[in-house]
Design a protein. Sequence first.
Length: 404
Amino acid sequence: MQKVKKAAPLQNRTMPATEFLERIISRLDRIDRKSLEHYVQDLARQTQFLTSLINQSREGILVLSFDKETLFLNHRIIQLFNIPEHVKQKEKLGQLISDQPFVEFVSNAIEKHEEIFQSEFEVLLPRPMILRINLSFDETQIPHIAILSIANVTQVETNIRERFQTENWESMLGLAAGIAHEIGNPLNSLTIHLKLLSKSIQKLPPQERKKVETSIRVMEDETARLDRIVRNFLKATRRKPLRYELGQINDLLSKTIAFLKPELKTSKIKVVEEFDKQIPIFLFDSERIQQVFINIIKNAIHAMPKGGMLRAQIEAKGKLCLIHFQDTGIGIPDDKLSKIFDAYYTTREEGSGLGLMIVYQIIREHGGRIEVASAPNTGTTFTVILPIRTKKLSLPEPERRQVK
């Protein structure tokens, strides 16, 4: 009966290659050719096994010499930085990765022999990412090596930052709503007393009455303006329950554009409608979503004081509905882009600064998101993303970007 050869124990099969080689070298003078072939095959299997394990890692791993030459890189690092598959060993770090600030950061740490632990670094190339970096050194190897491990934490960090922003925003809104209520009462009292004062001055001589009437009109106008601000703010922060109904988003946007057509025509703005006819009916609050459409379109009208074109597009991507509003207006500077959804932020003298804040709130209540891309003197694109759903909301991640 032929003997079945037992498999080597797991600890032997996964023994570190260095230790395995040292054992072989110490026995070279006693190893015959056949046994040597067996050991080499075993070493190759171990190397393949360890390489496979490293390639399965969700973190990118890059091994460099102290001269910043590439000695090893796993599949994840290739994916993170779009490194060509045919990249050669001994490639310099700067030739391997295109984001120069990142290259300088790592190179300086290697030159100074400074270890890095859980440090976050934002890169722009090959795409915007937030990376968590660890750098360690191994001087037992010849040559000495630097081991860089990199995790992409963009989504996690974005979620944390957005949650903090939302909580902070809601806290401020709650405080401001309370103050607005308190301001409302004295405003009403001022309005009443100004009316009484207007009646009282009728007994004054005409010359004196005219001076007082001018001051009273100014006070009445300013009081009325304050009252409008308070009412608009309370309306924006008062959250009524959403009324979900099955609706056709194409019809709602078409109806909204028709409603605003006189204003668009007066402003010399041409509207191009591009709707995906395959969009199914899905659940949303039609009154709230129409308010979103009106606010965004009116924002586009104000952005095109000399006229222009507004392209309204609707498309489906998987279980998401994307509604794009692209104007040819004055655009938004990059340093202003992150502020446009803040309460009372406006670039127009007559603007309330609440329109886009209301838009943001409604879209978030629907479990969606709104994206904005803009470039000065080129135009702005708002993209409303809503989940196509019947029961459960899916929540996509936020993104704001600059048009290139």
